[in-house]
Ligand binder design. Structure first.
Ligand SMILES: NC(=O)C1=CN([C@@H]2O[C@H](COP(=O)(O)OP(=O)(O)OC[C@H]3O[C@@H](n4cnc5c(N)ncnc54)[C@H](O)[C@@H]3O)[C@@H](O)[C@H]2O)C=CC1
Ligand SMILES: O=C(CO)COP(=O)(O)O
Length: 325
């Protein structure tokens, strides 16, 4: 459900793993291109999609008889989209979330929104996360990933349904940690991009990755996550890939802001969804409600939404009280 960059790429993974896939595309012309030319040029250039993928702009038809419903829309649109889809979710289907964000206002993780709006128990929800930049996977470059579910058996089913020669998913039962790792790394990647755009070097960038991971884990542990998750693919793995890659929309957005572009200009250059720009607001709220300090995320929020310059944000971070690591 969603024919953007990752939705389309993940459809290819699932089809290459031997399954039949029906994609829902919001626009009829995108569905037509997938059916007729086996391409989604706006998102994946001339990558050829497997014949086992069909597409439709009819959401009810796409959902009919699905064993696995994969949700791949921008995080902040999940609630509205799923409200329309909920009555049509097949009984006992597995709901797979590809999304990496925290809902504005409610501060809910995507699995929480899915359970609430889809009226399903958490053991039917599987999170896919990890160092998974869609353009590389679409080219079948090898990567590992994580499929997380409180029900390990269901995670294994999704693992089997997504394993290919280029995509290697590991199971995990720490849904909270996996979701937080995916959502917060987008915000840290904005900070890393800003430092890059400003021309700063590797010490600064390594500091952002390391201290960014520390504040992600601090929030996660407070919310009940397993601290080990943050040193795995859903934590460090995704953080490194997203921070350092020019293919990342969050990295790209941050670079533009670091070069002095306005938010609107940075969005125009980035084109697709940079989830961290909105999630920095909800992550700040979530951290505040739980009494957790997240200094880097806080400065990203101030740069993106309160008019602070990147240089001023760095001065604030460096002026913080010194402390043990
Ligand atoms: N692109 C990537 O490399 C990866 C993305 N993700 C996550 O997957 C989720 C989806 O990302 P992408 O597919 O990359 O996003 P995208 O921006 O490329 O595509 C989003 C899709 O959602 C559809 N959509 C449905 N309702 C919408 C609405 N109300 N407003 C805007 N678009 C709407 C769009 O038509 C589009 O097909 C995000 O949470 C992202 O963080 C996770 C891993 C990798
Ligand atoms: O989540 C991603 C890689 O794992 C994709 O990152 P971006 O959304 O920044 O492109």
């Amino acid at each position: 459900m969603g024919a953007g960059s990752w939705g389309t790429t993940f459809a290819k993974v699932v089809a290459d793993a031997g399954n039949t896939v029906t994609m829902w595309a919001r626009r009829a012309d995108v569905a037509a291109s997938i059916n007729d030319a086996h391409t989604n040029p706006e998102y994946l250039g001339d990558i050829r999609l497997p014949d086992a993928i069909r597409a439709t702009a009819d959401d009810v038809a796409a959902l009919a008889e699905a064993d696995m419903v994969v949700l791949a829309v921008p995080s902040q649109t999940l609630r509205d989209n799923l409200t329309a889809w909920a009555p049509h979710l097949p009984d006992n289907s597995t709901l797979v979330s590809l999304m990496k964000g925290i809902e504005l206002g409610t501060t809910k993780r995507m699995s929480e929104v899915i359970c609430e709006v889809g009226k399903v128990e958490l053991d039917r929800v599987v999170i896919v996360t990890g160092p998974n930049l869609a353009p590389e996977i679409a080219q079948e470059q090898p990567t590992a990933s994580v499929v997380a579910c409180v029900d390990e058996q269901r995670a294994r089913v999704v693992q089997n349904a997504t394993t290919t020669g280029y995509f290697r998913p590991y199971t995990n039962t720490d849904v909270i940690g996996c979701e937080l790792g995916g959502a917060v790394k987008n915000v840290i990647a904005l900070a890393y991009g800003m430092a890059t755009g400003l021309g700063l070097g590797d010490n600064t960038k390594a500091t952002l990755i390391t201290r960014g991971l520390a504040e992600t884990a601090r929030l996660g542990v407070r919310l009940g996550a397993d601290p080990m998750t943050f040193s795995g693919l859903a934590g460090l793995g995704d953080l490194v890939a997203t921070c350092t890659s020019p293919l990342s929309r969050n990295h790209t957005f941050g670079v533009q802001v670091g070069r002095g572009k306005t938010l609107a200009e940075a969005q125009a250059i980035t084109k697709q969804t940079a989830e961290g720009v909105k999630s920095c607001l909800s992550i700040r709220d979530l951290a505040g409600r739980n009494g957790v300090e997240m200094p880097i995320a806080e400065q990203v929020e101030r740069v993106c939404h309160e008019g602070l310059s990147v240089s001023e944000a760095i001065v604030s971070l460096m002026a913080r009280q010194t402390k043990p690591e």
